[in-house]
Design a protein around this ligand. Structure first.
Ligand SMILES: NC(=O)c1ccc[n+]([C@@H]2O[C@H](COP(=O)([O-])OP(=O)(O)OC[C@H]3O[C@@H](n4cnc5c(N)ncnc54)[C@H](O)[C@@H]3O)[C@@H](O)[C@H]2O)c1
Length: 333
């Protein structure tokens, strides 16, 4: 279709939606989604941090037609991320969700970099998915703010750090927003879209529409400790760890109760290993500090395991021991 026809179609469709009583924000969202699909107004995406989440976020954007630069301070993390993405694409091909052509197109849209400034200069959207540490994130956002072009959206995938505080490290808090993807990103539908104190409607609406354009379901929430997902999930995981620490039951028994009794697809201790025990601990600390209640105190066993470097699946051991390249897991306690 000629671009002029597309443009006229988009403008008239917006007018029709408005005349049919669709709210201005609703019409904007539908219009923006079409605009994303036909004009790819957002063309370039930079993802900062190539760990568990960064590789999944890069995968999904590249699969939906965006040029993605994945940035990490460690080149080894970038190599691991590319190989994980290739493996996950193979799995999608085997399941018939995409074909070989789409797999190679997706890989072709991905590039990597270790220098943040250069890598984000032309990005329309920057999604930060680096280590869950406030100082690290504030420094990254200062750097992004200095290098990103005007009009870029600055998103963070933080699980718990205040969006308002991250935004305050920049000169453009209206363009900063939380875009909280779930693990594993290519599979999980939810994106928790978190508005900071100064996030503009325009930034919010663009991120909501963009999340829909990449096949996700955005849910809008406000910026309070843990947002919604982790405000509810992490205290449950922490309680499961207290239950283990106090000798109420063993690892597999606790997970089995929650899977068979509550229809959870994965037990809370297995899930904690999957998320990373360091990530779980830092979220509990944010809830404890931010909400000021003793019920959010992290379990001493969780604190000890993180100090011992037993961070879960990514280090080979947490509540379970994992064999690389195998799905097998053996409970440690
Ligand atoms: N793991 C989960 O299940 C999960 C779910 C939702 C959100 N999150 C959030 O996503 C973010 C990333 O978590 P993860 O589990 O992928 O962590 P991870 O430890 O797997 O990866 C973090 C990556 O960030 C890189 N990094 C650190 N400092 C950097 C910098 N200055 N510049 C560029 N890269 C840098 C590290 O080298 C590492 O590769 C965190 O904010 C976390 O809270 C995690």
């Amino acid at each position: 279709m000629d671009w002029r026809c597309c443009f006229l179609l988009l403008i008239s469709s917006q007018q029709i939606l408005l005349s049919k009583g669709t709210s201005e924000r609703g019409a904007f969202s539908i219009w923006y989604k079409l605009d994303c699909q036909y004009f790819r107004r957002m063309k370039e995406i930079a993802v900062i941090g190539a760990g568990t989440m960064g590789n999944g976020i890069a995968h999904v954007f590249a699969q939906h037609g965006y040029a993605v630069t994945l940035v990490d301070v460690q080149s080894a993390a970038l190599e691991r991320a590319l190989s994980t993405i290739a493996k996950n694409l193979d799995r999608q091909v085997a399941k018939g969700k995409i074909d070989e052509g789409q797999k190679s197109e997706t890989l072709r849209r991905l590039s990597t970099a270790t220098q943040l400034d250069e890598a984000i200069r032309n990005a329309d959207l920057i999604v930060e998915a680096a280590t869950e540490n406030q100082e690290v994130k504030l420094n990254i956002f200062k750097q992004i703010d200095a290098a990103a072009k005007d009009g870029a959206i600055l998103a963070t995938n933080t699980s718990s750090i205040s969006i308002t505080q991250i935004a305050a490290a920049t000169q453009r808090p209206e363009a900063v927003i939380g875009m909280h993807f779930m693990n594993p990103v290519p599979v999980m539908k939810l994106v928790e879209v978190i508005r900071g104190y100064a996030t503009s409607d325009q930034t919010n609406d663009q991120v909501v529409a963009l999340s829909e354009a990449i096949g996700k379901t955005p849910v809008e929430v406000n910026d309070y400790p843990g947002f919604v997902a982790n405000r509810i999930l992490m205290p449950m995981i922490n309680e499961a760890i207290y239950t283990l620490w106090q000798g109420v039951a063993k690892v597999e028994a606790i997970d089995t109760v929650m899977m068979l009794g509550m229809a959870h697809p994965m037990g809370p201790l297995h899930l904690a290993d999957f998320i990373g025990l360091d990530v779980c601990l830092s979220i509990m600390r944010v809830l404890h500090q931010g909400l000021g209640l003793a019920k959010y105190a992290p379990c001493p066993l969780l604190v000890n395991m993180v100090a011992a470097g037993k961070l879960g699946k990514k280090t080979g051991e947490g509540f379970y021991r994992y064999t690389p390249g195998s799905k097998e897991k053996v409970a440690v306690m």
